[in-house]
Write a protein that binds this ligand. Structure first.
Ligand SMILES: [Fe+2]
Ligand SMILES: [Fe+2]
Length: 191
């Protein structure tokens, strides 16, 4: 799904402050749960879609709990949420008319999940290389979940419009996502 890999050196910068990284991660998981439920609010008509998104929100909520528990175990206090320039820039691409809007919201959610999967995997590898086993295991497990979520959003998008239309729009949004990621400052946050 992704058209550009995260820059080398990202792990060093991202892991420079664990309290900041984990606080941002906490809010990312919360927003992932909220976003899944906001799609249920906007599009309640398809029972299969509602069930899938409800389960996804449930899983993201369990990630909120896991990150919160890890923060507490490490003795860090969660920090306030900061604006997510990355997600906002992607959401600015969502077209206003239906079914374009529904398709775009699902594809943007899928791209964010795919980027989260990539970055959580980088954290897992980086912490493993530093012999920080607890953090490596933690991020490996969460990375696997985000990979599944990216796939789920792709499957839901294919219920809105034909596969060729999904692929064409994904090409545009994934290109935009790559440009947005390239312009982001590198700091201790997931994206
Ligand atoms: Fe998650
Ligand atoms: Fe997710």
């Amino acid at each position: 799904m992704l058209k550009r890999a995260t820059a080398p050196g990202w792990f060093e910068a991202a892991s420079a402050s664990l309290p900041r990284l984990l606080s941002d991660h906490l809010h990312c998981e919360r927003k992932a749960a909220e976003n899944a439920l906001s799609l249920v609010r906007r599009y309640p008509g398809d029972p299969e879609c509602v069930t899938t998104l409800g389960r996804l929100a449930h899983e993201e909520t369990s990630h909120v709990v896991q990150v919160s528990e890890l923060l507490a175990r490490l003795g860090h206090r969660p920090q306030a949420d900061r604006p997510n320039v990355y997600a906002r820039a992607l959401l600015a691409e969502v077209r206003p008319r239906e079914p374009d809007r529904q398709l775009d919201l699902l594809l943007v959610a899928g791209l964010i999940e795919a980027r989260s999967h990539e970055r959580l995997s980088l954290l897992a590898e980086g912490f493993a290389a530093r012999d920080q086993g607890e953090l490596a295991r933690f991020y490996r497990a969460l990375a696997a979940a985000e990979d599944r979520h990216a796939e789920i959003y792709g499957t839901l998008a294919a219920r809105v419009v034909p596969a060729a239309a999904v692929a064409a729009r994904l090409e545009v949004l994934a290109t935009r996502e790559a440009d947005i990621v390239a312009a982001l400052p590198v700091e201790p946050r997931i994206h």
